[in-house]
Design a protein around this ligand. Structure first.
Ligand code: PA5
Length: 426
């Protein structure tokens, strides 16, 4: 479901000839859970061994809510929301006609945004999925309070209790405690799966079920990727090796993930967190950045083509089959001279743009381009791509000899903020 095309990176042979023993030893670190941070490799087997009983309970609760609500507020930050939002946009598109809309809170402390959401849900039937593994993250914690109050005020305590679902640790943390006291339905984030690797756990699956997304198909995609990555000679490892060589051997500092579909923008945000938080440590790692073309061809495109050399390379997602395609209408006068385009559909033009841009960036701009051909944009493809990138990321982290599963740097801002806010103990 993902084809890796390296013809626009001029050292494909080096990737093919990369140290086989090293590939095998890193592969073994992943599958035997014996590398750095191995306590957090639970996601590796998850597509096959996820908790089927809990999955059925989630389906039942999601159906109950789907019959009652118009909006599900997804409370969470980082790995507790990015994957859900990436799936929501990639699979349902940006203007869903489904009866349940997902709105994301808890990833910002912007009072203006929170007030806008409060006003928006004022006349709507809504429920809340409060998602936090630690249960102590400030941003979702304080946002939850606001919307919990709003729901109780609107519907009363009894209905609010049924409309709030907590997704958190199985036994510890503030959210687990709160959910037990309040009697909220609770689903579990496994101990051995960290936030940015948690899309296939209740973190992503529960809200996506409420959104009416076919999560069976999503799991099918992840299982397919799992199978495809059993061999050592796989495209995810080759992608990791290519970006490693670009970074370490050829001194590139930034990887720009490019898509030609606006509904893939949140997918690129999820990817930025995955690689940024996993690799950006010990003074190592590529800076993950993203663009959506054509939009950004008229902004960052200039820098990519003509700006400082040797800082960035692109990884281009080439979607083969769009969800919809439309034709360019023929007009009689042809005043804008665009009738010549009416032989092609929008998707064909988009694809020709992709080919033209790659040629310009590679041949004139001297920017290496990795191309990832995605078969389509649906739940199966989402499941496949997410698992594929997670495996590439784990492999890549071990190539850099870092722990891909922790995020010590994130704590620094929290400590400063707590000190300034006079949190007891800081
Ligand atoms: O990848 C990670 O582990 C982080 O991005 C966390 O998901 C994020 O910090 C949210 O943490 P929590 O789910 O504990 O609120």
């Amino acid at each position: 479901m993902i084809e890796l095309n390296l013809k626009n990176v001029n050292f494909e042979q080096e990737v093919i000839e990369f140290d086989k023993a090293k590939i095998e030893s890193i592969h073994n670190l992943i599958i035997n859970k014996s590398g750095k941070g191995s306590d957090f490799l639970g996601w590796y087997e998850w597509p096959n061994n996820f908790d089927k009983k809990e999955y059925n309970l989630m389906k039942e609760k999601a159906e109950e809510l789907r019959n009652e609500i118009e909006v599900l507020l997804v409370v969470g930050i980082g790995g507790s929301y990015l994957g859900t939002r990436a799936a929501d946009n990639m699979i349902r598109g940006l203007f869903t006609k489904d009866k349940v809309e997902l709105i994301y809170i808890g990833n910002t402390i912007s009072s203006s945004y929170i007030k806008q959401v409060l006003d928006y849900v004022d006349d709507k039937e809504f429920a809340i999925a409060n998602i936090s593994k630690s249960g102590t993250t400030t941003e979702p914690g304080i946002s939850f309070r606001v919307f919990q109050n709003k729901l109780v005020e609107k519907k009363g305590k009894e209905i609010a209790q049924k409309r709030i679902v907590a997704i958190t640790d199985k036994s510890k943390g503030a959210l687990k405690k709160l959910a037990t006291i309040e009697g909220y339905t609770t689903f579990t984030i496994p101990d051995d799966i960290g936030g940015r690797f948690s899309v296939f756990t209740p973190v992503g699956i529960f809200p996506l079920l409420v959104a009416g997304i076919d999560t069976d198909l999503l799991f099918k995609g992840s299982q397919k990727a799992y199978k495809d990555l059993e061999s050592l000679d796989n495209s995810a490892y080759k992608y990791a090796i290519t970006r490693y060589l670009l970074n370490v051997e050829y001194n590139y500092k930034t990887e720009v993930l490019v898509s030609y579909e606006l509904q893939m923008q949140m997918f690129t945000e999820w990817w930025k967190q995955l690689f940024g938080e996993s690799e950006g440590k010990d003074n190592k790692g590529l800076l993950p950045s993203s663009c959506v073309f054509s939009t950004d061809l008229h902004s960052l495109g200039q820098f990519i083509q003509d700006g400082t050399k040797n800082v960035l390379f692109e990884t281009v997602i080439d979607i083969k089959k769009p969800q919809f395609d439309i034709n360019v209408p023929v007009v009689k006068e042809d005043l804008d001279g665009l009738n010549y385009l009416t032989n092609n559909s929008f998707h064909e033009i988009n694809h020709i743009a992709l080919e033209g841009v790659i040629e310009a960036h590679v041949n004139t701009g001297m920017v290496p381009n990795i191309v990832l051909e995605f078969e389509k944009m649906d739940a199966e493809m989402f499941g496949y791509a997410i698992y594929w990138f997670m495996r590439a990321c784990a492999f890549s982290g071990y190539l850099l000899e870092i722990n891909p599963f922790d995020q010590p740097g994130v704590e620094v801002y929290k400590k400063n903020m707590f000190k300034l806010l006079k949190k007891p103990g800081f």
